[in-house]
Design a protein. Structure first.
Length: 399
């Protein structure tokens, strides 16, 4: 078999299912940026290759996937962190003009070049821990011009770094000041002006919405979803983070790729997600940072067969986190996820949450050659350690 590059002497966690799908003596072969073989060395086809890399017993996993971030934004909200330490709640800060609207002001004043420059260190931190795919949402412009600028900045990041960027339009993130008291008017603007323009520009892969008491109602969310679908865009949802609004069930009825956060998810929402194949994306960084106490219903999700993804939710207000390794540790410690669930959550299931499971997320022939090569003795080390990066090397599309 002809290939461009061959990795030998490796232990593989292929994540091809079920579980981690471990191969103790494995090889990976790639041609034209895609995997042509990933499996046992014994019985593998003969390879003619331009380059062979001896992994010397290291572990190879698929490149990690961060399937929920707000990586592009202006400014920071460190001052709000101080307020929370003094006892203010997330909702109190938001209603006093902080929160998302605070970041909106900084983002509206930032140029595309400035947005790219400020996001690069955050993206580089993820790449340095083996991330090969990162989803980036808009949602801090809340007007068409800035939302488009954010999406262009996100796409630009994928041009200047070796990483796959998936973009999501989150215009329905918060109510901008110019629409104060007129949430339905703003949703009309999102549906009739912003979504058509974003779709025409080809800048988004999906549309998201914040369905919450301080966000938008289920009825308004449904209108956003209908507009997205009409313009050929998939949908996903911030759901049940602070209260139960029935958002997850609504998202599932619209065929959503994922429903994210889910601390207040109920049985109806779980059943709907299971039937629709909607991924449950858990965000332990936000849970930790805002000191939530309501745990997402992990056991009920398991019993219903709802796949669980994990993500950093990197954002300036509630999860300034740029580490998928720490995200996995938080998910195991706070939510009691298993090692297998954590690793699946940042690979195979994260790919499903973005609708790109045919492209990446596991080591299988035909998929993009996105690899993370680790100096570890067992996969549990990737979840067990805190503040330690055992990445030996990272490969994206065989490069």
């Amino acid at each position: 078999m002809q290939c461009d590059r061959l990795w030998t002497g490796a232990r593989l966690a292929t994540l091809s299912g079920p579980g981690l799908a471990v191969v103790e003596r494995g090889v990976v072969a790639a041609r034209d940026g895609r995997i042509v073989y990933a499996g046992p060395a014994d019985g593998a086809p003969g390879f003619q290759t331009r380059e062979t890399i001896d992994c010397e017993g290291r572990w190879i996993t698929p490149g990690l996937i961060d399937c929920h971030t707000h990586l592009v934004h202006g400014g920071d909200r460190a001052h709000e962190f101080e307020l929370r330490l003094a006892g203010a709640s997330y909702e109190e800060i938001a209603r006093a003009g902080g929160g998302i609207v605070s970041t909106m002001r900084a983002t509206r004043h930032a140029s595309e070049a400035e947005l790219v420059a400020s996001a690069l260190p955050r993206l580089d931190a993820l790449i340095a821990e083996g991330a090969s795919t990162v989803e980036i949402k808009s949602g801090y412009g809340l007007d068409l011009e800035t939302e488009l600028r954010m999406l262009r900045a996100a796409r630009r990041l994928g041009e200047i770094r070796p990483v796959r960027i998936v973009t999501t339009f989150l215009g329905a993130h918060a109510l901008p000041p110019e629409f104060e008291g007129r949430p339905d008017g703003y949703i009309d603007h999102v549906c009739r002006t912003m979504i058509p323009a974003v779709a025409a520009a080809g800048l988004a892969d999906a549309v998201d919405c914040f369905c919450e008491g301080i966000g938008f109602t289920p009825e308004q969310t449904g209108r956003v979803f209908a507009a997205a679908t009409a313009h050929g865009l998939r949908v996903k949802l911030h759901a049940e983070q602070l209260s139960n609004r029935g958002g997850a069930a609504l998202a599932a009825r619209h065929g959503a790729l994922s429903a994210d956060h889910l601390e207040y998810l109920d049985a109806e929402g779980i059943d709907a997600m299971a039937r629709a194949g909607t991924i449950a994306t858990l965000l332990p960084g936000a849970f930790y940072f805002v000191r939530e106490t309501k745990l997402p219903p992990v056991q009920a999700l398991r019993e219903a067969g709802v796949p669980i993804a994990l993500a950093t939710d990197c954002n300036p207000g509630t999860s300034p986190l740029t580490s998928l390794l720490l995200t996995m540790n938080m998910a195991a410690t706070l939510f009691r996820l298993t090692i297998e669930e954590c690793l699946t959550g940042v690979t195979r299931n994260a790919a499903r949450a973005l609708g790109i499971e045919a492209e990446t997320g596991s080591l299988e022939a035909g998929k993009s050659c996105d690899l993370a090569i680790w100096d570890i003795e067992r996969p549990a080390e990737l979840v067990y350690r805190m503040g330690f990066n055992p990445l030996h090397s990272r490969v994206w599309k065989d490069q």
